[in-house]
Write a new protein. Structure first.
Length: 188
């Protein structure tokens, strides 16, 4: 029964590597060849620019536009006198976008019927609405314009719509803290 099987178990096993030098070469090649192949494939994939189909999102102009700053910080001298803008100048920049077209229910500038009930509430109510916002109108206080400048714009718009509000007087400049302390400690 055992005759059918190969009984030559004592014969030496042979492989392709016969010397230690061949073993070292095989081991080194098994590490170097895959690394070289990976580097070559990476260079092939990354070779040249390949824009997306139908998109220019990666163009130099599009990238530069996405990277531009959102805002700008402007450092000003707090003691320098500030030039106050007139009511019509503030209206032209801040208010006209909605009040010319009557957008979102804003009364148009020359619409006497729409402004009459608002003017009847008085300057303080109009100013409060402008500073805190009303309806779809956002609050304007604390932005680029001072409360005084917003007040000037309120007077301008109300007077254009038939109101008889007096032009606001320019507020006196506030004394700085060292000047105020020196004035308080000075003998009378």
């Amino acid at each position: 029964m055992n005759d059918a099987h190969d009984t030559n178990h004592d014969a030496p096993h042979e492989g392709p590597i016969k010397t230690p030098k061949q073993l070292v070469i095989a081991v080194v090649a098994s590490f170097i060849v895959p690394i070289v192949l990976i580097v070559m494939l990476a260079n092939y994939v990354d070779f040249g620019t390949k824009p997306s189909a139908g998109s220019n999102g990666m163009s130099a102009e599009a990238v530069a536009k996405r990277l531009q700053p959102i805002g700008v910080v402007e450092v000003r001298d707090a003691s320098a006198p500030r030039v106050l803008r007139t009511g019509d100048a503030v209206y032209a920049v801040q208010c006209a976008a909605c009040h010319i077209a009557g957008a979102a229910g804003a009364p148009k500038l020359d619409d006497l019927a729409a402004w009459a009930p608002r003017i009847a509430t008085g300057y303080e109510a109009l100013l409060t609405s402008a500073l805190k916002g009303k309806g779809a109108m956002a609050a304007q206080g604390g932005g680029e314009y001072s409360d005084f400048e917003i007040g000037r714009a309120v007077v301008y718009m109300a007077n254009k719509a038939g109101g008889k509000l007096a032009e606001l007087a320019v507020p006196a400049p506030a004394a700085s803290a060292p000047e105020a302390a020196a004035a308080a400690s000075a003998p009378n």
